[in-house]
Design a binder for this molecule. Structure first.
Ligand code: PMP
Length: 419
């Protein structure tokens, strides 16, 4: 076994040639212990609190109250009284679980209402949505059932892991992030070689917080008789004139072939959805193994989501507050000469580069009462490690100032600012 624990990343443990599953688990356990004794990874336990303030820590060091930037509860809807009340009412009515897969009786009136509601949210007719238990499943199940070995998925290399998983039964080609020339080249070469050509992109990219050039990609896709799928889990509720996401202001909401998303971020609950034509959603609903063989969203959760979707229109001040927070915080970081890259969303990275410095920054932030996610390979390229933060409407100015002060202090010690 030649894994050097001091430089290893999580990817190195996926497969260790010559070691069986038990041996690999042993080695991995030793690695986690090594990380712990070197103070690099807080073993977080029993988080309590909400999107902006959490009590976190370890059994060894005690639990501390921290400003938190680790949730994607962008509008703070996990804590919204009306969402909670709707979910409780849903539980009162139908109980805590759907207790069956959708196709054999686990599909309640709330599921039907939720599908109409989310389709309507995107300006589509009621039968143009199908829901899944998570956003991950919505992506992976959809791709797995739509694309077979005669087909090809052409994916931006920065798409989410669930898209990569969805491509295991088909051919896949990746193009460098947001690179239109490279995409066109692949489309050209694939035109006569594959049956279905499906380009898959994110609306907002989850690690950089930047957006896709949707109109340009849409035009290319149509030029080469391909289809387009956009996963907009980090855009919906945040971007667009009325919060419909990254696609809204392009005017293409009714033209993109497939839009996928989650109910676990802006909508503050759990679940995933696919928006597509009635025939495609029917096909996915009755053919995908995840619909046939796996239980779906609990009815109370579905009831909570329905209320959360209403709140996007009923309480636009939440989006205004989120954007005030984003702009204030980003300016504060940039005034410190910290590199926030190309973000134009609620995902805010502070780019550092080196993995170990990034982990040290994460630890120093924790010591100063700020809970963030150090992100490294394989989630991003090896030399592109960063601290990733998600802004919410629940953050107050005092939280942001405390965090900016912590960064200023850490920068004096570790010199992470841009030269
Ligand atoms: N797509 C993207 C871009 C994501 O960031 C995530 C969540 N990390 C998902 C899909 C999966 O969503 P869920 O958490 O609902 O499974």
């Amino acid at each position: 076994m030649n894994i050097n624990f001091s430089t290893a990343t999580f990817k190195d443990f996926e497969n260790i040639p010559g070691f069986d599953m038990m041996e690999r688990a042993d080695i991995y356990y030793d690695f986690l212990e090594y990380m712990k004794t070197n103070g690099h990874r807080y073993r977080l336990q029993n988080n309590t609190g909400c999107s902006s303030v959490m009590n976190v820590g370890t059994q060894d060091d005690g639990i501390k109250e921290m400003v938190s930037f680790v949730t994607s509860d962008y509008l703070g809807l996990t804590q919204h009284l009306k969402v909670k009340e709707a979910a409780i009412e849903g539980i009162r009515k139908y109980g805590t679980g759907s207790a069956a897969t959708p196709l054999i009786g686990g599909y309640y009136s709330y599921h039907n209402d939720l599908e109409s509601k989310i389709a309507g949210f995107f300006g589509r007719s009621a039968d143009e949505a199908v829901t899944f238990t998570t956003g991950y499943t919505a992506n992976s199940a959809t791709l797995q059932i739509l694309l077979q070995k005669e087909d090809i998925a052409i994916v931006d290399m920065a798409v989410h892991a669930s898209v990569y998983e969805g491509c295991i039964l088909t051919n896949r080609k990746t193009f460098p992030h947001n690179n239109l020339e490279a995409l066109e080249q692949i489309l050209k070469l694939s035109k006569n070689q594959f049956r279905t050509k499906l380009v898959v992109i994110d609306g907002v990219y989850s690690q950089d917080g930047d957006t896709a050039p949707i109109e340009e990609i849409y035009n290319l896709v149509k030029k080469y008789d391909a289809y387009l799928m956009v996963d907009d889990v980090h855009g919906v509720g945040i971007l667009g004139k009325t919060g419909r996401g990254t696609i809204e202001d392009t005017g293409l909401l009714d033209k993109i072939d497939i839009i996928t998303g989650t109910f676990s971020k802006t909508f503050g609950n759990l679940g995933g959805y696919v928006i597509a034509s009635k025939k495609l959603t029917n096909f996915i609903r009755f053919q995908s193994r995840q619909q046939i063989f796996s239980a779906t969203i609990p009815p109370g959760t579905a009831a909570g989501i329905i209320k959360a979707i209403d709140l996007i229109d009923e309480e636009p001040h939440l989006r205004t507050k989120l954007w005030d927070n984003i702009n204030y915080f980003k300016k504060g970081l940039n005034d410190l000469k910290l590199d926030t890259g190309t973000t134009c969303s609620a995902v805010i990275p502070v780019k550092i580069g080196d993995i170990h410095t990034t982990m040290d920054v994460g630890k120093m932030l924790l010591d100063r009462g700020v809970y963030t996610n150090p992100i490294m390979y394989p989630a991003v390229a090896r030399k592109d490690a960063r601290i990733r933060m998600s802004m919410t409407a629940s953050h107050e100015r005092e939280h942001l100032d405390k965090t900016l002060n912590a960064f200023e202090d850490i920068n004096k010690k570790l010199h992470i600012a841009k030269k």
